[in-house]
Design a protein around this ligand. Structure first.
Ligand code: SF4
Length: 467
């Protein structure tokens, strides 16, 4: 691959690579040229490329906290609620009573720091470049309403049309926004060369995972990535690795560990991970030194269990004294994801809760885990991505189950009977989405319900510290 040929065909190479998921050295090699501006082919790691972006003068990776953008976010309901129902619940112990309906809001819910930051940076980019064309290389976050707002502001989301993404329409001088879950080495490198203004909203937690993968590469470890191979964040993370295999759960991790310990059927291994490993991956030689990395939105407990499994495997195979030569673990699990999961474990243990509502994008990984927790507890739990899934007149809800099935449930609420509903929302869900869902719930119980009067209750929650 030649970096200089940043044509549509080339950009589609990166995208189709993602589908075939064999981006590895063939993706990394051109980075040397991107960084050095030479034709040398020495391999330069992704961290060096990221550092070089700072020197372009066309790279922004921090919000400016511009007040005009803030007020637009408030107006569009894509930030933290400051006066609506959710904001008011925050001031009264995350509790609300409306007639026979009691609502308990999870202690940790909704927008995480990294997502709010990404949306803010997109709004600030629009404000800073009113005359320019703006593009996002993917959905900025997994929330349909927020993405729709961006489209209305003439920020184009470059969609994968099934054949990859066509970046040919993006020209030097345009503004390109990288979403919260990042962009691949190839994309960063190509856009650097193309002379666009880059707004990198990649969450620092995700960048921390990339750093750990960079470390694996520099120390000649293979990255075992706990994630979903088709998830944008994992695609980006894998692009920073030299050798990698992606395991989605404990079962796949156990398979890899068994192979490490006992060997196995090589062809079966290659077939099993054909979509989830680097090009030319050799399980017989590349699993002798492994480091763990994770998609930040996976279940923390599962990531930890996979880490322990790998550690035990390497200890058994090579002995405790040599463990550090064969296993590398860096703490990269995102607190925000974990806090939302912990809060939900608390909530589903509450005997007063009759049913759960989970609000979040249907393609949001962290939201799917919240639904999973409720389902495992055996609670009736309704996952919706917006209030549009609820029909008040027919008391019907179209909701998604954790394993992916869309289901329509009629008479999901029983007007007249007291009920306690637990509600939470994924890390890419603005508070307004929760408020709109609850508005419809209250309407089902009382058709005359006119809404909760806005009341400014003070500043939004303090942003979490930068990691
Ligand atoms: S869930 Fe965590 S890693 Fe993902 S954007 Fe939010 S803070 Fe960052």
């Amino acid at each position: 691959m030649q970096l200089k040929a940043f044509s549509g065909a080339q950009s589609r190479v990166g995208a189709s690579t993602r589908r075939s998921t064999k981006p590895s050295r063939c993706v990394v090699l051109p980075v040397a040229q991107a960084v050095a501006g030479t034709t040398e082919t020495n391999v330069v790691d992704g961290r060096t490329l990221r550092r070089s972006l700072n020197q372009t003068g066309r790279y922004v990776r921090q919000p400016t906290n511009d007040p005009v953008s803030q007020s637009k976010m408030d107006e569009h309901g894509v930030g933290y609620s400051t006066s609506g129902l959710v904001a008011q619940m925050r001031t009264q112990g995350n509790l609300w009573k409306e007639g026979p309906v009691t609502i308990k809001l999870a202690k940790a819910y909704g927008y995480c720091w990294g997502v709010e930051r990404a949306v803010r940076m997109a709004y600030e980019a629009r404000q800073a470049h009113p005359e320019k064309k703006l593009f996002v290389t993917n959905e900025i976050i997994h929330n349909p309403e927020v993405n729709q707002r961006l489209k209305e502001m003439n920020i184009e989301i470059v969609e994968d049309d099934g054949k990859g993404k066509d970046y040919t329409k993006i020209q030097g001088g345009d503004v390109v926004i990288f979403p919260a879950f990042g962009a691949t080495v190839q994309e960063l490198s190509d856009f650097k060369s193309k002379g666009v203004q880059m707004v990198d909203t990649t969450c620092p937690w995700v960048a921390k995972v990339w750093n750990s993968v960079d470390t694996h590469t520099r120390k000649s470890f293979t990255s075992v990535i706990h994630g979903k191979y088709s998830h944008e964040e994992t695609i980006a993370t894998a692009s920073f690795a030299s050798n990698y295999v992606i395991v989605k759960d404990l079962k796949e991790s156990q398979y890899v560990c068994d192979y490490i310990l006992n060997g196995g059927n090589r062809e079966e291994f290659l077939a099993k991970f054909s979509n989830a490993m680097s090009a030319g991956f050799d399980p017989d030689t590349m699993l002798q030194r492994v480091g763990l990395a994770n998609q930040t939105t996976m279940l923390k407990g599962e990531t930890e269990a996979i880490g322990k499994m790998l550690e035990k495997t390497m200890m058994t195979k090579y002995g405790p004294a040599k463990l550090n030569e064969h296993f590398l673990l860096m703490e990269t699990i995102c607190d925000a994801t974990q806090e939302r999961q912990d809060a939900l474990y608390d909530m589903v243990a509450d005997p007063e809760i009759d049913l759960m509502i989970v609000v979040g994008g249907f393609n949001s990984s962290n939201t799917s885990h919240l639904q999973e927790i409720a389902e495992h507890k055996g609670l009736a739990s309704f996952w919706v991505d917006s209030a549009g899934r609820i029909d008040v007149d027919s008391n019907t809800i179209l909701h998604k189950l954790a394993h992916g099935e869309l289901k329509e449930t009629k008479a999901w609420l029983t007007p007249g009977e007291p009920v306690t509903i637990g509600i939470t929302s994924g890390a890419s869900t603005p508070d307004r989405a929760v408020e709109e869902v609850l508005h419809k719930v209250f309407k089902i119980y009382d058709p005359n319900f006119g809404g909760v009067a806005p009341k400014f209750v003070g500043a939004a929650p303090a942003h979490e510290e930068e990691h």
